[in-house]
Structures are given as C-alpha cells and as structure tokens.
Write a protein that binds this ligand. Sequence first.
Ligand code: PMP
Length: 356
Amino acid sequence: MSQFWSPFVKDLVPYVPGEQPKMTRLVKLNTNENPYGPSPKAIAAMQAELNDDLRLYPDPNGDRLKQAVADYYGVKTSQVFVGNGSDEVLAHAFHGLFQHDKPLLFPDITYSFYPVYCGLYGIEPEQIPLDDEFQINVDDFISATTEAGGNSGIIFPNPNAPTGRLLPLAAIEKLLQHNTQTVVLVDEAYVDFGGESAIALVDRYPNLLVTQTLSKSRSLAGMRIGLAVGHEDLIEALERVKNSFNSYPLDRLAIAAGAAAFADRDYFNDTCQRVIDSRTQVVDGLEQLGFEVLPSAANFVFARHGQKDAAELAAALREQGIIVRHFRTPRIAQFLRITIGTDEQNKILLDALKTL
Ligand code: PMP
C-alpha cells in the first residue's frame, strides 16, 4: 500500500499463475503447456521476421493472423479478434461486453482469472455450482438468470478448467436459445484436445463469443497469442477497447508464428492426437493406482485418490522434481491437475506415484 496508488489498486486480488520454476531437469506438468514444440513452420516464420523490419511497428490489426484464423474456421476476418494471449482477449471482453449492472455468471469451479477480471472491472460475479460429477449444468445457468432478473453475461471454459470436463455443443446451443440478451463467452483454451468448437454456432447466435489460445494445442505459450471469433458487433467492441489500451498487442514474430501455426494443419493434428493418445495411457495408469479421474477432453487430467491427501502427494512429487497443480479451494482440495507430458514424463510421474 502506498500513497501513490490509485485507490482501487489496494482492493485488487491478482491472479496467481502456475509456477514457472527456474530449476532445470524438472518434469513440469503444472501449467498445461504442450510437451511438443511449435510447428517447425512457425519457427521458420519467426526466423524470417528477424531482419531490419523489426525497427518498424507491427501491423496493429494482425491481419495476417486474422486471415489464417478466418481460413481455418471458414469465417470472415471481421469476425476475428487477436490479442496478446487469450488472457488479454478475455480482459477486453470483460471490459467491453460484461460491464452491465447485473451479475456475470460462471461456474463455481473454473478458470480463476474470471473473478480477478470481475474485481478489476467492477463486475459482480455470481458462481453457479457444478453438479456432483463436476459438470456444468446449463439449466442451472438458465434458472439463475430467470431468478435474478437477468445477467450481464455468462462465461465458462469448454472443456472446463481445471476439471477437463466437456459440455456438448447441444447444451451450449440450449443455453444460447434461452440467453439471448447478453453475451455467452465460451473459452476454448483446451478445445482441440477432444471438443468441438462452438465457432460453428457464431453465425446463428449474434451474442456468442468464442475465445481460443495458441498456448496449448499450438504450443506457443511463450509467444502469447490469443483470439476471439464472433459476430462483427462483438468483435468491434473488443477492437474499440484494444485500440484504447494498446494498439500493437502482437509483435511481428507473434503474428508470423501464429499465422504459420494455423496454416500447418498436419503438424497440429498430429501433435494433438499424440497428446490425446498419451492422455488415455495416463488415465489408465492413474486408475490402476486407485485414482478417480474425471473424464477429460483437455491436455490435462483432474484426479483424486481415495486414501492419499492431494497436498501431500503434490509436495512429495515436488521433492522428486515433478510439478503438478494443486488448488487449496473448496470442493477440489483433494484433486491434482496433471498436464499430459511426453511419454517419458508421463512414465516418470506414474512410477513416482506408484512408489508413493
Ligand atoms: N483460459 C483458460 C481456461 C486457461 O486455462 C488459460 C491458461 N491459463 C487461458 C484462458 C489463458 O491462456 P493464454 O493467456 O496463454 O492464451
């Protein structure tokens, strides 16, 4: 606290990202990064940008990346927004689309940045509990809206994080049919590992915004690239906020890498499939050790053990240089969130758990 702070800063409760330890030789399964590197074509595209043009500002619109996303999803470039990681895209959506005088609805167990953005932008949060199987029940969102006399919007990840559970598109469509007056934002950070994108619905529902990231399935977390797809009017709100905040959120390397990663479908399909296949093996291994594993459509699994305390397990793994994520949060304090790694990393994890 300092006299120099703007008053609202003292009440901010910032997001705490997963640890990025400085030690080497770690089995790092705590922040859902991709175990395989980015597309070699993305690396080559970045290398091609390493020239004198770096003295010039990048394209403020990131048109090359928007075009690659539009081509991939069969939408218009005016339906695409790009930003510095999907966290920034989400922040602009909270600022530009959710600041109304009603609560914003999201699941009680979900991405912990949502309440943080509510705090930053003065939005009232309303948490809708997941059911006993840790699933989103859209009927609960629909009835919460009716009871409260409306909402300022609805947001959830699909698959949800940290549970990994997937909501079918039919359920999302049901929600959209009932919730027509405010924005429904589907955060698809992990959708490529087993879900179907709601981008297929954006032309039918003008209040649907879908965000994605290149940090996970396209293995570019270090470049910070995110995007949103939706009706042009929603995209315009994001552009207006962005152009009042930072005109050049994506640098030249990021625009080039992102466009090349979207164009390289073979590498993308191949590496996603490898993660999905490894996930099956990790789930089998965990179940054999007595873990209950929630069905996952993501590049991580959420698992609890009937007899072993999750915090103790996480600490014991850490002593062996294996880092997984544990949340000291109601309802999920006995779960571990484990990122799917390479086959070698997954084996080290399962062997360590067997010993423990
Ligand atoms: N949404 C969800 C559900 C996430 O787990 C993450 C990763 N922490 C993000 C969005 C943000 O990803 P990024 O900013 O790397 O695009």
